[in-house]
Design a protein around this ligand. Structure first.
Ligand SMILES: *[C@@H]1O[C@H](CO)[C@@H](O)[C@H](O)[C@H]1NC(C)=O
Ligand SMILES: *[C@@H]1O[C@H](CO)[C@@H](O)[C@H](O)[C@H]1NC(C)=O
Ligand SMILES: *[C@@H]1O[C@H](CO)[C@@H](O)[C@H](O)[C@H]1NC(C)=O
Ligand SMILES: *[C@@H]1O[C@H](CO)[C@@H](O)[C@H](O)[C@H]1NC(C)=O
Ligand SMILES: *[C@@H]1O[C@H](CO)[C@@H](O)[C@H](O)[C@H]1NC(C)=O
Ligand SMILES: *[C@@H]1O[C@H](CO)[C@@H](O)[C@H](O)[C@H]1NC(C)=O
Ligand SMILES: *[C@@H]1O[C@H](CO)[C@@H](O)[C@H](O)[C@H]1NC(C)=O
Length: 526
């Protein structure tokens, strides 16, 4: 499926305390971006160390596929092509068994090197050379992910962050310009149970500049959930992000394309997301997202296991020089309507874009007492069922409340069970991060204990208004329909006091999830 969406009324952005009416892209220039979802050739025994020759033989198989795709992307006019995380070597290595896959990637900020034209400058760089020539021969910027080895000085000082074996091993993005020059190197900050890799001693904020679209920033997979480097990049004004990933889908809230779309919308940025295609590990879903459009692919059960090249012409997003940090300190929204900081004058200017700020409907509705707790992606959500054909409900987890007005489409499946859930707390399984989430979900079965469980399909279409009052300005909105179809929320707005509302109607397919996923970055370390 390759779908474009241009219907868009108002958007939500970190930078704002009130929404601006958006009529469409205003950029006067554009470029063609491509991402490749890669069905990789795996090493069947990743925990067994190989010789360098064997490791290279393995990676060349994946590089052969990259080469074909780079040529196809060039034919489609791509100026930048992104390959996924782990796409050359695969996963499940030990610190030792990945050794023969590693190359020492020089720091492009320290030296200028074109591996294609200067192959003898550094030994043991066959992969870098091949990628560089691929960029050069196809005349496009190329982003790939590969493992990097950086020797570090062993110290007797136990506080030294150099690992005891005297080497860093990093999960790394490399970027080559269209003549093959190595222009950027980024080491992944937020590892996801990758025993072969180290976390860099400092978060790396890495960007590169292109002649066709200006500046891009780099992140990898799980990084998208955290403040570093992702939010720092965005708040430095970087509006175009390159995102190799090997994302394990977690329905109903954290499906690949669902979060990619939500992130691009909320941050008002372009996201070039290339995922691995691996059915058994449940990795799939890639896309090219701008604040105005989404070109994406998400395979369904039973689809052939194969790669997929996506290409789209997208507008150049220039840096927005709004001073985002003035709006709120570290993104924390305090509900203090009497405060008058620099915030307010800015808020008022933006408020004037709206003739009349919408009334706060939700506050007068009493929370339902008919609630139950059910687990959604390992977190205990407080849920209330949507029992009627239409109605309104409110559910709270402590002082954090979610409100929903809904109307089921009368002709669509009425037997499906739906619930509104609220969660305020810290997610602690497979990563630790603080959340405030409002979500309408289709329950997987007919029993309330199935609410929050993984579900991919639904028949019930619903018009709704979902609203919550968040203690953060970082709220990621999504509407996911049956079989991983993304819908562009019809209307989104956010107010200075943290209230976010999302309105949607006339769905094209049944509703799987509608969510406002709030990240409380400021509480992550507590
Ligand atoms: C989002 O980006 C577009 C294009 O750069 C810009 O025109 C618009 O003002 C931005 N919207 C917000 C809410 O910052
Ligand atoms: C990697 O390890 C996980 C967990 O042990 C396993 O489920 C998965 O199949 C393995 N994948 C590969 C490609 O070896
Ligand atoms: C590469 O390795 C060869 C053989 O070990 C050595 O002679 C040469 O100096 C090395 N070149 C570089 C650039 O390190
Ligand atoms: C944003 O802040 C910087 C310093 O923090 C200042 O130099 C710049 O003028 C500000 N820009 C705007 C548009 O207010
Ligand atoms: C919804 O219906 C169930 C089953 O009849 C009932 O137990 C529950 O209290 C109802 N919930 C609400 C919010 O009306
Ligand atoms: C949210 O609900 C969970 C589960 O009932 C509960 O343990 C937690 O204390 C609640 N959070 C707040 C902020 O009340
Ligand atoms: C939804 O569909 C109805 C009936 O076709 C139409 O009247 C309404 O304008 C549509 N709403 C939106 C927001 O497109």
């Amino acid at each position: 499926m390759n779908e474009k969406m241009f219907l868009f009324i108002a958007i939500l952005s970190f930078s704002l305390t009130s929404a601006i009416v958006q009529t469409g892209p205003v950029a006067d220039s554009s470029y063609v971006a491509a991402v490749y979802e890669h069905n990789l050739v795996l090493n069947p025994d990743p925990r067994v160390p190989l010789s360098r020759t064997e490791a290279l033989q393995h990676m060349q198989k994946n590089l052969d596929i990259y080469e074909e795709q780079a040529a196809r992307a060039a034919q489609q006019g791509a100026q930048i092509l992104v390959f996924p995380e782990d796409g050359l070597q695969g996963f499940n290595f030990t610190r030792l068994s990945i050794s023969s896959y590693l190359e020492t990637i020089p720091d492009p900020q320290q030296e200028s090197w074109n591996p294609c034209t200067e192959p003898d400058k550094h030994n043991n760089t066959e992969v870098l050379q091949r990628l560089s020539c691929m960029a050069r021969n196809n005349n496009l910027y190329l982003v790939a992910n590969m493992p990097d080895l950086q020797p570090c000085p062993l110290r007797t000082d136990p506080s030294s962050s150099c690992p005891p074996d005297g080497r860093w091993q990093f999960n790394t993005n490399v970027v080559f310009s269209s003549d093959g020059l190595l222009v950027a190197r980024y080491h992944k900050q937020n590892l996801f149970f990758e025993e072969s890799f180290d976390t860099p001693p400092q978060p790396e904020i890495i960007t590169f500049d292109t002649p066709f679209a200006g500046r891009f920033g780099l992140l990898i997979c799980f990084d998208i959930v955290f403040h570093e480097p992702t939010i720092t990049l965005v708040e430095k004004g970087v509006r175009q992000l390159v995102y190799p990933t090997a994302w394990l889908n977690q329905l109903p809230l954290l499906d690949s394309v669902q979060f990619q779309r939500a992130f691009s919308l909320a941050a008002n940025v372009t996201l070039l997301a290339a995922n691995i295609r691996h059915g058994l590990m449940n990795m799939r879903g890639s896309g090219i997202y701008t604040p105005f459009s989404a070109t994406y692919h998400h395979a369904n059960k039973g689809d052939p296991e194969e790669g997929r090249l996506l290409a789209a012409r997208v507008p150049v997003l220039d840096p927005l020089w709004v001073n985002q940090s003035v709006a709120t300190e570290e993104g924390v929204v305090r509900d203090d309507s009497t405060s008058s900081t620099a915030t307010d004058s800015e808020a008022c200017q933006q408020e004037s874009c709206f003739n009349s700020p919408p009334p706060e409907i939700a506050s007068s509705v009493p929370p339902s007492s008919d609630t139950f707790i059910s687990s959604m992606i390992y977190d205990p959500y407080t849920f209330v069922l949507l029992n009627e054909t239409e109605g309104e409900v409110k559910v709270c987890n402590g002082t954090f409340c979610c409100y929903l007005q809904y109307q089921r489409s009368p002709q669509s499946g009425s037997k499906e069970l739906y619930a509104l859930g609220a969660f305020a707390g810290t997610h602690t399984v497979f990563g630790r991060f603080a959340l405030q989430v409002c979500a309408v979900v289709r329950c997987a079965g007919s029993d309330v204990t199935s609410c929050g469980q993984r579900v991919e399909e639904a028949e019930t279409k619903m018009d709704f208004l979902l609203e919550g009052k968040f203690g953060t300005k970082y709220v990621y909105p999504s509407v996911l329909a049956s079989k991983h179809v993304l819908e562009q929320p019809e209307h989104l707005e956010t107010a200075a006091n943290g209230r976010v509302s999302m309105k949607h109607s006339n769905m094209t397919a049944g509703l799987v999830t509608a969510s406002l996923y709030g990240r409380m970055y400021h509480l992550d370390s507590e």
